[in-house]
Write a new protein. Structure first.
Length: 169
């Protein structure tokens, strides 16, 4: 609601991103303010449902480049554990049992038919975006500069340049 007060929580290390979010919310008609928190205690505070955090920053690096390693750990009912920051990974406290069923189905199909699972995961993503429990702010990009002397360059989306595969003349 326009004019509502919103507290943006941000780790003090990236307070500039928090200030940007405050200015963006202010430009949309909200009365936003920044609450910078030291990094060591930040996640314990925003993951604790008793703190009633409204907006905060969070990044997620999947161990594997599959939707099943990204969406369920952050956005299922089971991933939110009320008043238990050590056991919760669902910062938005989002719970939609119908979407949980979609995710379980996509994960089950992934093993036998990855192409069909991709379509199911796209539907899950569409369902999630319609609910907007999170707002993606950016996707990390890596840039590697290489020379003609580098051979067998291989890039892995999780680990970057695979140094053990490369050679230099």
């Amino acid at each position: 609601m326009r004019g509502a007060t919103i507290v943006v929580r941000s780790p003090s290390l990236i307070a500039n991103q928090g200030r940007y979010m405050v200015s963006l919310l202010d430009s949309l008609g909200y009365r936003a303010r920044l609450k910078a928190v030291d990094y060591d205690s930040y996640f314990g505070k925003v993951l604790d449902s008793r703190a009633r955090a409204q907006i905060g920053y969070y990044s997620w690096d999947a161990a594997y480049p599959f939707a099943s390693d990204f969406m369920p750990p952050q956005l299922t009912c089971a991933a939110f554990v009320r008043a238990s920051p050590a056991r919760s990974s669902n910062l938005s406290e989002f719970c939609n049992p119908a979407i949980d069923v979609q995710m379980a189905r996509a994960a089950a199909v992934q093993v036998q038919d990855p192409a069909a699972a991709t379509l199911l995961w796209q539907r899950v993503e569409h369902s999630l975006l319609a609910q907007a429990p999170v707002v993606p702010a950016y996707n990390r990009r890596n840039v590697d500069f290489v020379s003609k002397r580098l051979g067998n360059y291989q890039y892995n989306p999780q680990w970057g340049l695979l140094l053990d595969q490369a050679w230099v003349k």
